[in-house]
Write a protein that binds this ligand. Structure first.
Ligand code: NAD
Ligand code: DAU
Length: 332
């Protein structure tokens, strides 16, 4: 099969493409703009065995050329602006890439009769629940996003659903909880903690640190995405591992695993509109025989070890753009 994977130089996409190359002989075409969040380093071990195209999913001419040139069977879209804090500072690029870019891919899927379109979405599209709620969002729940990032992801999901309904395009949407693991950008909570501890700096916790997230090891997510992309009926699928932690408890866990005491915690001003708790009902994937089981302690151990071996990666990400972002977001 010819499979177009967009955003495969980022965190989840690069883990996914490596997983695919290890398990299948399909022809993979990668389209990635290489924004601040994407790096060719992430796929350097497999670059000779895939087709890499540097470009923007919003570039109408380029995207149509790719669809024309390759007889695509599947398009899977990881490409997105992904950091909530950046979306609060400047939403425009999120609207462009996440909504317009998705539309550009969908349009060509219909025109060139692609067999399946897979949208990589997020648990954030459902909005949040109260901290003490035991509720888990189901795929049939209404979308109720709370920040510019999640609003654009919800917009993209709605476009995908509309293309299925209107044009009969075969579509799947996977909505996963927070991923962690190798090659995540330093701006995200876990790599940032690892980097700050490595440099003997305090960990920065927004507000009280009681917000809850459900952490999924990235390889477990890739495994399930793969099964859904290849085998699942058209539809929407939640993916989570049921590893729910408050931010503070997660920070304690990372400190313990890295041999530091809890005095390294520093509370700072809260994120604007900070979602309290995300939680997903995963009955639908369980019914397909899919069970993400990753244990967070083991996953964090592997993640910390990866960043130890690849310490230069975090250093490479400390660019002028990153320093500017730190100033805007943390006043650092
Ligand atoms: P990331 O920020 O690490 O990587 C995004 C990739 O997309 C980068 O390689 C970047 O260069 C590329 N990209 C950005 N804009 C582009 C454009 N206009 N054209 C082409 N390429 C472009 O992202 P991630 O954390 O790996 O997330 C991947 C997908 O998974 C996103 O759709 C995100 O919404 C979703 N998701 C992420 C998480 C998570 O915890 N990281 C959880 C749920 C869902
Ligand atoms: O839930 C899925 C989403 O997870 C994805 O759709 C997003 O693309 C991804 O970025 C992630 O969003 P979060 O906002 O949950 O992840 P982040 O790593 O930015 O933050 C995790 C939690 O930690 C969140 O409650 C905010 C908090 N936090 C984060 C940072 C960066 C802090 O307390 N301090 C920090 O410095």
């Amino acid at each position: 099969m010819n499979i177009l994977v967009t955003g495969a130089c980022g965190f989840i996409g690069s883990n996914f493409i490596r997983y695919e190359k290890e398990n299948y002989n399909d022809h993979f075409i990668i389209l990635d703009k290489l924004t601040y969040a994407g790096s060719i380093e992430n796929i350097k071990d497999i670059i000779d065995s895939i087709t890499f195209i540097k470009g923007d999913i919003c570039d109408e001419v380029l995207v149509e050329d790719i669809f024309k040139q390759y007889d695509l069977d599947i398009v899977i879209n990881f490409a997105a602006e992904t950091h909530v804090d950046r979306s609060i500072i400047d939403p425009d690029v999120f609207i462009r890439t996440n909504v317009y870019g998705t539309g550009c891919l969908l349009k060509n899927c219909v025109k060139y009769k692609v067999k399946r379109y897979h949208q990589i979405s997020t648990d954030e599209v459902y909005g949040d629940t109260a901290l003490d709620s035991g509720y888990r969002f189901k795929e049939s729940d209404p979308l109720c996003p709370n920040n510019p990032y999640s609003a654009t992801k919800a917009g993209a999901d709605m476009l995908v659903m509309s293309y299925h309904n209107t044009y009969g395009l075969d579509t799947v949407i996977t909505r996963s909880s927070n991923n962690y693991g190798p090659a995540q950008h330093i701006e995200k909570f876990i790599p940032q903690m690892i980097d700050r501890i490595n440099n003997d700096k305090d960990i920065l916790i927004y507000g009280e640190g009681n917000n809850k997230r459900d952490w999924l090891y990235v390889i477990d997510n890739c495994n399930i995405i793969d099964q859904i992309m290849r085998k699942a009926p058209c539809g929407i699928y939640n993916i989570a591992a049921g590893q729910e932690y408050t931010n503070l408890d997660l920070a304690y866990k990372v400190l313990d695993l890295m041999g530091k005491d809890h005095s390294y915690i520093r509370h700072i001003a809260d994120r604007k509109g900070h979602d309290l708790r995300y939680a997903l009902d995963i009955t639908k994937i369980n019914d397909l025989g899919l069970f993400p089981t990753g244990d967070i302690t083991e996953g964090l151990r592997k993640t910390i070890a990866w960043y130890k071996e690849n310490r230069s990666r975090l250093e490479d990400e400390k660019t002028d753009d990153y320093n500017e972002y730190l100033r805007k977001n943390y006043g650092e």
